[in-house]
Design a protein around this ligand. Structure first.
Ligand SMILES: Nc1nc2c(ncn2[C@@H]2O[C@H](COP(=O)(O)OP(=O)(O)OP(=O)(O)O)[C@@H](O)[C@H]2O)c(=O)[nH]1
Ligand SMILES: [Mg+2]
Length: 214
């Protein structure tokens, strides 16, 4: 699933690592999904406007995903082929949910695309479930978590927009949200892409998850 080609000069993890990245697939329809490709996938999901594309850009250190203040910006599943030295994987950005202005037909098309992807891809290694730190998990987030668990996918909660909240409150808020119940492999990770908060840690966590022996 993950590609590791032998190399005499092995790179060693560094917190300031810059990953090489290229957009390789943009899928609007289930038939366009490259389900047979073998690279492992880290997927960013969450409500519209929660900051998926922003976090993707922060992680990849490149303005490659389109960001907008208007919800519903990302309408396709976008695969970014990401590599660092001999290590290679896909980062995947998907359209958000909970955007009320989407029409009935569009909602149906969105659901079909997401179900085809999450039920059909054998390469998903971890879903980063992005949740706005100011609001915590809302009903649609809980529905998504229950559904992903049924499908049998690893979930890690990542809070976004934490730069909008005083740092002194973060710990207590994470505890409160956790007490209310959430599914996450590890304690939730806190980020604020606006101020590059928690990005290096998130990058390291992803890398260590993918390549524990590095
Ligand atoms: N301050 C701050 N603003 C953020 C952060 N993340 C996203 N934003 C802002 O939130 C808005 C939405 O960001 P996007 O990254 O486009 O959100 P998205 O989840 O990809 O949205 P869709 O593609 O519509 O599903 C933009 O105006 C971003 O600048 C963050 O961590 N901190
Ligand atoms: Mg987006």
């Amino acid at each position: 699933m993950l590609s590791e080609t032998p190399s005499s000069k092995k790179k060693v993890f560094s917190p300031s690592m810059r990953w090489d990245v290229e957009l390789v697939h943009t899928c609007f329809l289930p038939a366009q999904l490259p389900l047979e490709e073998g690279l492992g996938e880290i997927v960013l999901v969450g409500r519209s406007n929660v900051g998926k594309s922003t976090l993707m850009n922060a992680l990849l250190k490149k303005k490659i995903a389109h960001v907008s203040g208007t919800p519903g910006k990302t309408r396709s599943i976008n695969y970014y082929r990401t590599s660092w030295g001999e290590h290679c994987w896909h980062m995947v950005d998907v359209p958000g949910y909970g955007y009320a202005k989407r029409g009935g037909q569009e909602q149906k098309a969105w659901r079909r695309l997401m179900e085809s992807y999450f039920c059909g891809s054998p390469n998903i290694l971890m879903v980063l479930h992005l949740v706005d730190f100011r609001h915590g998990l809302l009903e649609k987030d809980r529905e998504l978590q229950a559904w992903l668990r049924d499908v049998g996918i690893h979930i890690q909660v990542v809070f976004t927009k934490a730069d909008k909240i005083a740092r002194s409150k973060h710990r207590h808020m994470v505890q409160q949200y956790t007490k209310k119940g959430l599914y996450s492999m590890d304690i939730p990770w806190v980020t604020g892409a606006g101020k590059n908060m928690g990005i290096a840690e998130l990058q390291e966590n992803i890398f260590r998850f993918l390549f524990p022996k590095c």
